[in-house]
Design a protein around this ligand. Structure first.
Ligand code: FE2
Length: 277
């Protein structure tokens, strides 16, 4: 498989890139204030109606225009600036693509971490879901992560965002860059024997939103074609951040193999050991 096309895409995508430092990643105009930007959008929505839609669709909602434009612009800038930080993964028959974990985001794109923790955002998601939501524990690399589709065939096969926590795990997926034919295909109600399955498919533009209960939505991202470039940002929220040790082990191994690499996943563990904690 030639990587020339991918190199071209990345070269094009990063043509305005400067060396990555914490200052440079976010030195893009004025960094928006996350809470204010979210509140400016959510107060325009009919949240009661959206909450009803979410429940009727089996804990799933899609909005093609969610983020404030200045937030989308900041995310696009960060996603392009972090291209050198992408960890590539390939699991035959399941997934192929790249990702940047929360640990890298914390160092180089703290606005994303601020957006993840926005009380306005979490409060609005609580109204949608009817659940009390909490941020994921500090050692969970899925808490917030960027996912990159830059090579032909990059995709994620059918799966659930299974919760290894004692409570529910919700996924918020935000469109960042979409110069691709990739689609989010999904099936609603697969875990509800009383309701027929409902298939659906959406292409998520920059600033678009998908919000769902990870254990309920069967979904996949269809393969990218040549010369395509797509980045999405996902936030994970939980209703109970506790996790049994054996589930923690399984979750860590899965993340290390399938997503972020051992170095990123076990970075904190190693750091803790190094500090004698
Ligand atoms: Fe997923």
């Amino acid at each position: 498989m030639s990587t020339q096309a991918e190199d071209d895409v990345i070269a094009q995508a990063s043509s305005d890139r400067v060396p990555v430092t914490p200052a440079s990643v976010e030195a893009f105009g004025a960094v928006p204030e996350a809470d204010r930007a979210v509140a400016g959008r959510t107060r325009q929505f009919d949240t009661a109606r959206l909450s009803k839609d979410f429940a009727e669709q089996g804990a799933f909602l899609y909005m093609e225009d969610f983020l404030a434009p200045e937030v989308t612009a900041q995310l696009v800038h960060s996603a392009r600036a972090l291209l050198d930080e992408v960890n590539r993964n390939y699991l035959p028959g399941h997934k192929q693509g790249g990702s940047v974990s929360r640990h890298t985001i914390d160092r180089l794109a703290p606005f994303i971490a601020e957006l993840y923790r926005s009380k306005e955002l979490i409060g609005w998601l609580e109204k949608l879901s009817g659940d009390k939501l909490m941020v994921s524990p500090p050692d969970d690399p899925h808490a917030y992560a960027l996912y990159y589709y830059t090579r032909p065939g990059d995709h994620i096969g059918w799966h659930y965002d299974t919760s290894y926590y004692d409570g529910r795990r919700y996924t918020l997926l935000l469109g960042v860059v979409d110069e691709s034919s990739c689609r989010l295909d999904y099936e609603l109600h697969t875990k509800n024997p009383d309701v027929p399955d409902v298939p659906g498919s959406v292409q998520i533009p920059p600033g678009g939103l998908v919000f769902f209960d990870g254990d309920k939505l069967r979904h996949r991202i269809t393969p990218a074609a040549a010369n395509e470039f797509r980045v999405s940002l996902t936030f994970e929220y939980v209703t109970d951040p506790n996790m049994r040790p054996w589930r923690r082990f399984i979750s860590n191994m899965k993340d290390a193999i399938a997503y972020f690499g051992f170095r990123q996943v076990f970075r904190q563990m190693i750091q803790r050991k190094g500090a004698g904690q």
